[in-house]
Design a protein around this ligand. Structure first.
Ligand SMILES: C[S@@+](CC[C@H](N)C(=O)[O-])C[C@H]1O[C@@H](n2cnc3c(N)ncnc32)[C@H](O)[C@@H]1O
Length: 286
């Protein structure tokens, strides 16, 4: 298989990728109980599948691919992502977990061309379908990639995670809600498929819907230290995307929160919570 990865990355791109890798790893770590519940559930639904070839599309740093490799000890897992940086990170984690012999990576832009892959029994797509330019086309490719009887699991965000109380102390109350409202406006243009109801679209691609489950995540104190870093990484990403659309006051509050050293930094707040919502659809190729 050809690898079209370009080696001409700028320093900024690499910083971006490193920040993304950190965010994805923290997401998997902090939302660990959600992820293992979903993976256990998918494992049950997949109990009758004859063989175990698993594909993770838009794998990122491999939260799903690696959890699946461990939950399906006989399976071969293929992780596909457009980012060679994230796949490299994934391979390192696979080695650490002792599953490198069963986890392969393929660099491919799924908007451009479908990689040449032998048929699989299970496809996992977590927070990746909404990134695709034409997700309906991707779903028909997924259908074609599956053996008859095979399953696809689509996990998507209902909303981005929230961490803060309404009144932060400094600044006008409701800051996090305001930032989310701005982000929703931007996302509606950049990512029109985010928040879609994927059931009808899976059906349209030929699948039979087996199940749909909603997960409300609400983690409270005592939180692990990684929760603070997850909140910080999320707010940093928000700042880089939204700075020019925020009021000067809100930006100052945000800068105080993301500062690792300052007394008002989010790493030091004792009042953090983690609120997130995810929906998972499982569908079968008849
Ligand atoms: C929000 S991350 C989710 C990562 C991982 N599935 C998880 O749940 O942690 C979205 C991933 O999709 C990948 N992606 C976005 N568009 C893609 C495309 N056109 N082809 C392949 N991968 C893509 C990104 O590189 C990124 O790793």
């Amino acid at each position: 298989m050809e690898n079209h990865h370009s080696h001409h990355h700028s320093a900024t791109q690499d910083d971006d990728q490193a920040a993304m890798a950190e965010l994805l790893d923290l997401d998997a770590e902090v939302l660990h109980s959600y992820l293992s519940e979903v993976i256990d559930w998918v494992h049950e639904l997949a109990a009758s599948l004859p063989r175990r070839r698993i594909l993770d599309l838009g794998s990122g740093t491999g939260a799903g691919a690696l959890a699946l490799a461990r939950r399906f000890p006989d399976a071969d897992v293929m992780a596909v992502d457009m980012s060679e940086y994230l796949l490299d990170h994934l391979r390192g984690k696979a080695r650490d977990l002792g599953v490198a012999d069963r986890v392969r990576t393929v660099q491919a832009d799924l908007d451009a061309a479908w990689p040449a892959i032998d048929p699989v029994d299970l496809v996992w797509m977590s927070s990746s379908l909404h990134h695709m330019a034409d997700p309906d086309r991707v779903l028909t490719e997924v259908y074609a990639a599956l053996h008859p009887g095979g399953l696809v699991a689509v996990a998507e965000l209902d909303s981005f995670p929230r961490f803060l109380p309404d009144d932060l102390g400094p600044g006008r109350p409701g800051a996090e809600a305001r930032w989310h409202a701005v982000m929703d406006e931007v996302r509606a243009i950049d990512m029109p498929h985010l928040g879609s109801d994927w059931g009808p679209r899976l059906h349209q691609a030929g699948f039979t819907i087996e199940a749909e489950r909603h997960f409300d995540i609400d983690l409270k104190s005592p939180l692990p230290a990684s929760a603070g870093r997850y909140a910080q990484a999320t707010l940093r990403r928000m700042r880089s995307g939204l700075a020019d659309r925020m009021s000067a006051d809100d930006l100052a509050v945000l800068d105080t929160l993301i500062d690792s050293d300052g007394p008002g930094g989010i790493l030091r707040r004792g009042d953090l919570t983690v609120r997130a919502a995810r929906t998972v659809w499982v569908a079968r190729r008849p």
